[in-house]
Design a protein around this ligand. Structure first.
Ligand SMILES: C[S@@+](CC[C@H](N)C(=O)[O-])C[C@H]1O[C@@H](n2cnc3c(N)ncnc32)[C@H](O)[C@@H]1O
Length: 359
């Protein structure tokens, strides 16, 4: 494809020559097109970007996950070598906060192999600057891990993977597509129906015009990593917005400059994401041989790990910052803020008891 064209022009040309594309293809091009995708071309995170994430709000988020990881490493008998992998590490802030506290545990630093999985060259450069001292390795795929357990962390990674959408009609479920009508990008439907029996039980008999979203990319990655964890021991912790039970309804959304934006309007300049179906992820994890903890809200998880005490300790050490620390605490755990919208998912090899989940 001619790379002098904008991403919007390239997508429109692809539709004009090859016909409508699935929502997943559209989302994949918008986010990770090699030179013009949202995550390939810009630096979206933070006040000057499009959105802010939990580790960018406060160091407490990463520090508590650091203590959480040390606890799991100790439960596994303090293995002399293990892999710590972060999926979509953003600016490297979360991992820097994790390792600042975790490496205080004797033996943790020496045993650590740090792996990162990232698509954005700009963010990779930021990760390198913050994490170089830990000698990270950037993975291209999940084919080869060092011997020893694998601990995986992912904050707002699975919601950034392309989803497929299906719409219920009299004839069955039809995949939602992006086409052109009078030269304007428009949603439409594939003419070929998928029989209702092909859909999972909770949605098979949905009302006409119901939308159902499936994140095959998330399932594929979790299945691959889950099998490795089942074989070598370890866990995956994923924090994202999403729902606890498989459900219908559209959650695909666009965000630009901290405000909602139309999904089809500015390909490559708008962040696209969709809620994660944690029920589906738990099923994939179990099929891979892992145990899945009952889902916790971010508020429950951080509170159980002691964010209140951590905020008090940080405020005691720096009284001038007390109001700021209190505001960050409330933003991370508040019911009306990130506390209930974001959920914490953990799947792990049998025999481990990760902290922060309901007994
Ligand atoms: C919403 S950001 C979250 C960043 C970071 N975890 C945080 O909490 O600040 C999504 C991250 O996943 C990365 N990412 C998105 N799609 C990806 C893909 N297909 N493969 C690898 N990394 C991807 C992005 O570049 C970014 O680092």
């Amino acid at each position: 494809m001619n790379d002098t064209l904008t991403l919007a022009e390239q997508i429109d040309l692809q539709i004009r020559t090859g016909g409508p594309i699935s929502v997943a293809t559209y989302m994949g091009l918008c986010l990770t097109h090699p030179s013009k995708g949202y995550y390939r071309a810009g630096d979206p995170i933070g006040g000057a970007g499009d959105f802010i994430t939990a580790p960018e709000i406060s160091q407490m988020f990463g520090e508590l996950i650091g203590f959480w990881l040390v606890n799991l490493w100790q439960q596994m008998g303090e293995p002399k070598a293990f892999t710590l992998l972060e999926l979509g590490p953003g600016r490297g802030t979360l991992m820097a906060d994790i390792l600042r506290v975790a490496c205080r545990a004797p033996g943790f630093r020496d045993a650590l192999h740090l792996n990162l999985f990232e698509t954005s060259p700009n963010l990779m450069a930021e990760q390198k600057a913050r994490l170089e001292v830990y000698d990270p390795k950037w993975l291209q795929n999940f084919d080869n891990f060092e011997d020893g357990p694998v601990l995986i962390v992912a904050n707002e990674f699975f919601d950034a993977l392309p989803i497929r959408q299906f719409v219920r009609k009299e004839t069955g479920w039809h995949e939602r597509q992006v086409g052109l009508v009078d030269g304007k990008r428009t949603f439409g439907l594939s003419p070929t129906p998928i029989p209702p029996a092909a859909m999972p039980d909770p949605v098979a008999n949905a009302e006409p015009d119901t939308i159902f979203e499936v994140n095959f990319a998330a399932a594929e990655i979790l299945s691959r990593l889950g099998k490795t964890i089942a074989k070598q021991g370890g866990s995956i912790l994923a924090i994202d917005y999403g729902h606890a039970r498989t459900q219908t309804g559209e959650t695909l959304q666009g965000v630009r400059r901290h405000a909602y934006a139309a999904v089809l309007d500015a390909p490559g300049d708008t962040d696209l994401s969709a809620h994660v179906d944690f029920d589906a992820l738990a099923n994939v994890a179990r099929q891979a041989g892992l145990a899945a903890q009952p889902l916790a809200t971010q508020g429950q998880f951080l509170t159980r790990l002691g964010i209140g005490e951590r905020a008090a300790a940080l405020s005691g050490a720096n009284p001038d910052a007390a109001a700021e620390i209190r505001a960050a605490h409330d933003r991370l755990v508040g019911q009306d803020q990130m506390g209930s919208l974001f959920k914490v998912f953990c799947a792990h090899s049998p025999g481990l008891s990760p902290a922060g989940f309901a007994p």
